[in-house]
Ligand binder design. Sequence first.
Ligand code: FMN
Length: 385
Amino acid sequence: MGGMIARGIRSLAGRPPPHLGAFASAPGGVRQPPCTAPSPIANIAGPSLPILSAPFMPYSASTDSQSHRFCTAPMIDVSDRHFRYLCRLMSRRARLYTEMITTGALLHGEPARWLSHHPAEQPLALQLGGSDPAELAACARLGEEWGCDEINLNCGCPSDRVQSGRFGACLMAEPALVADCVAAMVEAVRIPVTVKHRIGIDDQDEYEDLSRFVDQVAAAGCDTFIVHARKAWLQGLSPKENREIPPLNYERVFALKRDFPQLKIILNGGIRDLHSARAHLDSCDGVMLGREVAQNPFLLSQVDSLLFGEPGSSQERDDILRAYADYCAEQIEQGVALHHMARHALNLYHAQPGGRQFRRFLSEQLPKRKYDKELLLEALALCAA
Ligand SMILES: Cc1cc2nc3c(=O)[nH]c(=O)nc-3n(C[C@H](O)[C@H](O)[C@H](O)COP(=O)(O)O)c2cc1C
């Protein structure tokens, strides 16, 4: 896998992508838990998932005061480890979130399937779905053992399935339970425990309801709140509608920052470009983007320069695609089918000449050429022609 990164680096016109340089010399790979992991289930590797040997790479970004300045959102069926790797090729500084993983999936399923990741993905936050303090504490411990930098509790998802498990957005009605969950996780791990939530649910949508929730949860040991600036209706709207219909209210989120200056408050919802993201940073500590990153991932290539003041990246879309193709080739050798990875690159040429052709060609070919290492490069050549 070190070869993978090195090959990816070599393919960028002889220049290592600066942010992956640290991984270039190390034998990298999909991250496994430490062999000393105390959990009896932490060493189970799912048969479908190839695991390469990986050393632990120390990472200190979780203590960085700017650690949450730009985050990619947890998105079920989107923000898997391949998506996150693609994101990392474009931004060293973005904080990447896993999709929501339920405590049941980790404790009774295959933790390796959900928790294995490439060390380059870090800083990486594991988002948990659950409401049982002991189970959440056990899962937080697993996340820490597998090298995650943060544990995040989902208090924002309004789906029926999640509600029937008594977690997600409906937890906003139970701040005392959320506080118990947070306290149990804080007790279990040394990495930060954070919460992602809405500005309200149903009729509990006054600012006082929101600030009471934050106050109570903060007292249990959470100092970072990611706030989707829309309320959620628990009945009558689908999760998709709940991301579109309730109006955005950024001012509520900024008011939280004013009232709780000691907390990190991260704004989420409807942010479409990095210039407005940067403007929001005058009023809060960070921004989290979801759909825009999925629809236009190349936006990430400007994050480090525009939001962190680092030198601008000279990498083009083609460089990113070549590096990702190297990664895919490694993964194919390990038995991962290309479509699991290539689907995340379909929008890399969003709004570019040839972009539609690139997307169409891949969409047609992927079902037929599931383990073809050349397919992405072929699509690139076609798009450039
Ligand atoms: C396909 C999809 C899946 C999502 N899955 C999750 C999830 O697992 N956990 C979560 O907290 N939010 C989830 N969300 C919500 C996003 O994290 C985010 O809060 C929301 O999309 C608003 O941000 P945006 O306007 O930047 O997309 C999901 C959103 C989408 C579009």
